[in-house]
Ligand binder design. Sequence first.
Ligand SMILES: *Cc1c(COP(=O)(O)O)cnc(C)c1O
Length: 371
Amino acid sequence: MKNNIKIPFANLNKQYLAIKREIDEAFNNVLSSASFIGGKYVQKFEEEYADYLGIKFCVGCANGTDALELLLRAYDINKGNEVIVPSHSWISTAEAVSNVGAKPVFVDTLNDSYNINPSLIEEKISEFTKAIIPVHLYGLPAEMDKIVSIAKKYSLFVIEDCAQAHGAMYKRKKVGSIGDAGAFSFFPSKNLGCYGDGGCIVTNNEEIAQKIRMLRNHGQLQKHNHLLVGRNSRLDALQAAILSAKLPFLDKWNNNRRANAQLYNEYLKDLDVGLSGKGSHSNHVYHVFVIKTAQRENIRNILNDNGVETNIHYPKILPLTNVYKEVDANSKYPISYSYQSKILSLPMYPELEKEDIDRIVQIIKSALIVK
Ligand SMILES: *Cc1c(COP(=O)(O)O)cnc(C)c1O
């Protein structure tokens, strides 16, 4: 059943061609303005994105990892402090904690949704704990009510890692607006991505927003008036203008992702491939579409032989990576550890066609029969 047409994991070129006029215009406007760092295009996007999320402040920065790190610094989290993070995420979630000198304390995930398990958080809280970073992994909001109530009980900050969940809703709120603050990445393949690196923080707390404005720009609000030891972590004007051009399409793209996920779910429901749960009160934005199967390697190879590109998010849980190497991590995080060898991310993007999904599912079915 070989077929020569390749199905990529994501297709940024197809998206660009669909909105070429808007993007080219945004690009040309910035080139003509000759204002590349800071300025009106950055401010415009910050205001538009804050409005979109229903939150007071958005501050652009260089990437999503920096967004997390800047927030930790703004909340004065550093050496001697601990921060609760899920055992299963992209490295940035734990890396940002380590980079401010604090210790990431891992918590296993839920059995059906890949997100942090709120009922395992309290036993990991110590006198050194300062914050919880829930990740809305794969585009599905974490169980925020439970997380926020634990945080309140122990006076902890909640910093949402929203890098995979632009526009996802929990109850009636967009993610990023539920905890104390949120961190977004605009890496090109994210649900809202620019054409390089980019990120932002969002919060309703004016003091934190102001502190981030300083931290991202050498500790200054006015040139040469350095009030804090900051750094350079700014969002470029070109990237901001591209994000402004793309933002009006985000809801439509997320709807297309959901429709594609629905097709996958429908076609795959009778197969033993552990489809992910929907979480409670959540509107999933399917940054990635993940299946779980003991035959992962077999399926992955056959898909690859047929030109279908897949990925693994992620091959190792964080406590088992070389940087953390926690002893007995396999038995301490049994649920996320058990995923490690089973999870497979299938192609997922708004422009994916029904015929593509049909073909991918046919290949998976044939792979499962062959065994
Ligand atoms: C992409 C991502 C980040 C960081 O984003 P960068 O912009 O690449 O630094 C952080 N957390 C999660 C869960 C991510 O997927």
